[in-house]
Design a protein around this ligand. Structure first.
Ligand code: G6P
Length: 598
């Protein structure tokens, strides 16, 4: 993960780089740092914590430097401390590197450097890079040509993934390189920037995206890129209409609260954009008709949207569907071939494991469909066809409105596939408009007594049958990530095969009941839990005649749409719990929004 930034131009770089890093903080916020050139010297400033801490540290001693690199870190190798913050520098202090990615063979490389008498001081994988460059420059002048050649020798030694921005003492340029990690260049009137994501670039920048296995040089008025054979590479200018982040919290207490509130419009915009653009009709019909197996791969919240899509495809289209964690699927005997129809769901379109599965699917000749929220993302560009969700920028690490938008595309895609295959379906896109109305209702007041009862718990269960079990999984993820309460999602029917042994009068279980035909079975399960003393929080759309500790009624319009509203209730519960515990809702500890490493 991590966000990297760089600027070279006519203006002082400090505020430009800090502004860029702030926008990239969704990629990690464990520590931050900058490196800059001034008066023929290379300097670094590094702090633990987020970009605001770095800003404070730099304010004490603002620098007029006009060449700077910066980093916001999500710790992969080495704990959170200034020693492990980036930039990492070479032993001779002449080379500074910021890195996004993982160098998988870093221990081996460290060993080689150690045997050559080079002392590494951090626990990071990154530190090998400036030192390897230093080694390749041994006995040579630090000229642009020599550094480029040295870099070109070092890059093939690095196994894994990287986006790099490098400063060399005394050389008025930035060196950059990429392999399986994103990096964009933005040209403005006053200079040239590099960043991990377009959102980090100024609004009016001309944007260029680096391809994999590219290295380059950035000057104050332009850039040059090469492949790893040092042959020139021309980058295409991207047509970016709006690269701005929605950074206004609009009076809400957090982005998460604001984004939950935007769920109805995320659903409506997604439905409208897909339908008005006839987006589904561009999926080749023969890819659907000839598919033997459908595969759905994703991570985190996007995986849960994938589980709902898999459920719908099986239920309505009679399609055999494999839904798996991208991080698991990529290392299995996967049975992919040219008759496979693969779907990759990702809000960011940059998640490393999902991308890994996409590469495998492409190699096998499968048809690849993406569902992403970012037009310019790697997944959007790599798939055969991409369906876009229109959730707008999501700032909070915990995904909320993007999930609702993904659910919307899952329902529309299923409707389309059922039509292509001549199957019957008992809902239409019009029903989704009613769901958007149902999503407008807030549950904060009804949930507050529940929050008071469970806020100090160490552990909690969320249980449901059928599609409710998928909602339980998404709800448990939300509660864990923002409130730090351990929350286990389970299919209700599985409870008595082990976990019921843990139930007693201190146990709290959230039970979802939204499917009419399962009502009696769920009630029996509730009674079983109550018989062991458990407290029940019931979230239901059904009329039930049972006494529970708390009951929240919801309106789903139709049972199959329950994931929309039931998830919203659980999102609001997670948010309230986090607020009650005074936690940083938008930036939960140890997490990042975009996971670009395995
Ligand atoms: C991270 C985020 C989650 C997200 C997951 C997948 O873990 O914190 O909110 O669901 O990545 O991200 P993607 O961008 O692929 O949907």
């Amino acid at each position: 993960m991590c966000g990297i930034a760089g600027y070279i131009g006519k203006k002082p770089a400090q505020n430009i780089v800090l502004d860029c890093l702030k926008k990239l903080e969704y990629r990690g916020y464990d520590s931050a740092g900058v490196g800059y050139l001034l008066n023929k010297g290379l300097y670094t400033v590094k702090v633990t914590g987020g970009v605001d801490n770095l800003k404070q540290a730099l304010q004490k001693n603002a620098t007029p430097a006009s060449v700077m690199i910066g980093h916001t870190r999500w710790a992969t190798h080495g704990k959170v401390c200034t020693k492990n913050a980036h930039p990492q520098i070479s032993e001779n202090k002449k080379i500074a590197v910021v890195h996004n990615g993982i160098i998988e063979n870093f221990l081996q490389l460290k060993q080689t450097l150690y045997l050559d008498g080079i002392n590494l001081v951090s626990d990071t994988d990154t530190e090998v890079i400036p030192n390897l460059i230093m080694q390749k420059l041994k006995g040579k002048a630090y000229t642009i040509k020599n550094v480029l050649n040295a870099l070109n020798k070092v890059l093939p030694m690095l196994k894994g993934s990287f986006a790099l921005c490098i400063l060399i003492d005394n050389l008025n340029c930035l060196f950059i390189a990429t392999k399986f990690s994103p990096l964009v260049i933005g040209k403005t009137n006053t200079g040239v920037m590099v960043a991990s994501d377009i959102v980090g670039l100024p609004q009016k920048a001309q944007v260029y995206k680096l391809k994999d296995n590219t290295l380059g040089l950035v000057f104050k008025d332009g850039f040059k890129c090469y492949n790893f054979n040092l042959e020139p590479v021309i980058l295409q200018k991207l047509d970016v209409k709006n690269n701005g982040l929605d950074t206004d919290i609009n009076g809400f207490s957090s982005f998460m609260e604001k984004e939950i509130n935007q769920s109805p419009s995320a659903l409506l915009n997604t439905a409208q954009n897909i339908l008005y653009n006839n987006a589904l009709s561009y999926i080749p019909k023969n890819a659907i008709e000839s598919a033997k197996t459908f595969f759905i791969c994703a991570c985190g919240t996007a995986l849960h949207a994938g589980r709902v899509l898999g459920y719908l495809l099986q239920k309505y289209c009679g399609i055999f569907c494999v839904v798996d964690y991208a991080s698991e699927f990529r290392y299995k005997n996967n049975f992919l071939d040219k008759h496979s129809f693969c779907i990759f769901i990702s809000q960011s379109g940059e998640t490393a494991d999902t991308l890994g599965c996409l590469e495998l699917a492409k190699q096998s000749g499968a048809f690849c469909l993406g569902i992403t929220n970012v037009y310019t993302s790697r997944i959007s560009n790599m798939v055969d066809y991409c369906l876009f969700t229109s959730a707008g920028t999501e700032n909070s690490v915990a995904s909320t409105k993007a999930y609702i938008a993904q659910l919307c595309s899952a329902f529309l895609l299923t409707e389309w596939i059922s039509k292509v295959l001549g199957k019957n379906i008992d809902y239409s896109y019009k029903d989704l408009l009613d769901v958007a109305l149902c999503l407008k209702e807030d549950y904060y007041l009804k949930l507050q007594p529940v929050v008071n009862a469970i806020k100090d718990l160490q552990s909690l269960y969320i249980l449901g049958r059928d599609i409710d079990y998928i909602t339980a999984q998404e709800g448990a993820l939300k509660i864990k990530e923002v409130s730090y309460i351990h929350c286990e999602a389970m299919p209700l029917g599985e409870l008595k095969h082990g976990s019921l042994a843990l139930f007693n009068n201190t146990t709290y279980a959230i039970v979802l009941l939204t499917q009419k035909e399962l009502t009696q079975k769920v009630i029996s399960n509730i009674i079983e839990m109550q018989s062991r003393g458990a407290h029940i929080i019931l979230i239901t759309s059904q009329k039930v005649d049972i006494v529970v500790d708390f009951c929240i009624y919801i309106n789903n319009k139709k049972d199959v749409f329950s994931p929309f509203v039931a998830t919203k209730v659980l999102q609001q519960l997670a948010l309230l719990l986090a607020k009650q515990k005074n936690l940083n809702v938008d930036k939960p500890r140890n997490l990042a929004k975009s996971v670009t490493v395995e």
